[in-house]
Design a protein around this ligand. Sequence first.
Ligand SMILES: C[S@@+](CC[C@H](N)C(=O)[O-])C[C@H]1O[C@@H](n2cnc3c(N)ncnc32)[C@H](O)[C@@H]1O
Length: 244
Amino acid sequence: MTTSGGVLGGKSFLASARPSSNVEQNVEWPEQFPFKEEDFQRDDVSPDSLFYKAPRFVTHIDDPAIAALTKFYSRVLPPSNSPGVSILDICSSWISHYPAGYKQERIVGMGMNEEELKQNSVLTEYIVQDLNVNPKLPFEDNSFDVITNVVSVDYLTKPLDVFKEMSQILKPGGQAIMSFSDRCFWTKAISIWTSTGDTDHVLIVGSYFHYAGGFEPPQAVDISPNPGQSDPMYIVYSRKASTT
Ligand SMILES: C[S@@+](CC[C@H](N)C(=O)[O-])C[C@H]1O[C@@H](n2cnc3c(N)ncnc32)[C@H](O)[C@@H]1O
């Protein structure tokens, strides 16, 4: 699928991105979702429940990258303690990187390891669910203001199903914020991710929003804190279209 012009052979929406520059995309998406089943295969085909059985109380990106993500969140998340606000963190663990002391009535974490989720102090509830086995997000339609996913979108083998679910359960105008770096568990990431680079990853995640439907055109921003010195950090995000 990779071509010299990038994973979609198109114009990159990170082409002129600099840290914290907001990049309006101008991608001409192919008519059909361009990826094939083999693009979502992984080297490690054993169940994810085995890989995530033991908790990992580690951080998966370095401190400057975490700080950049938290700063981004502080600009875009609803203010702490806003009445009626619900947030979902998918592929969650013991830490969600929201601003210090951040609270809402409902913050749900979904992930693979219960011990990790139990330790996540920002969550008001959690669900252990393998999204590669069951991509259904078990919530009412139009019930979340924000969905976050940190450094984990590359593990989803049924991303369009998950993104369709996200558009169902977001409130109209609600935001989905996917963030990622250039690190991952290589054997567990999908092959289209491990065979491509950062700019392609932005396009891949953008394509999930586009082809899932129900979202406004996705936006990308490069929030890498110190290019070349710290982990890079990219965000691809979109709002649920109000008319769906
Ligand atoms: C690299 S860790 C990132 C954790 C957390 N978001 C963070 O920023 O520290 C990957 C996370 O993806 C979750 N994950 C991986 N495969 C998954 C799957 N098939 N279904 C649901 N969650 C999954 C794991 O539970 C794990 O917490």
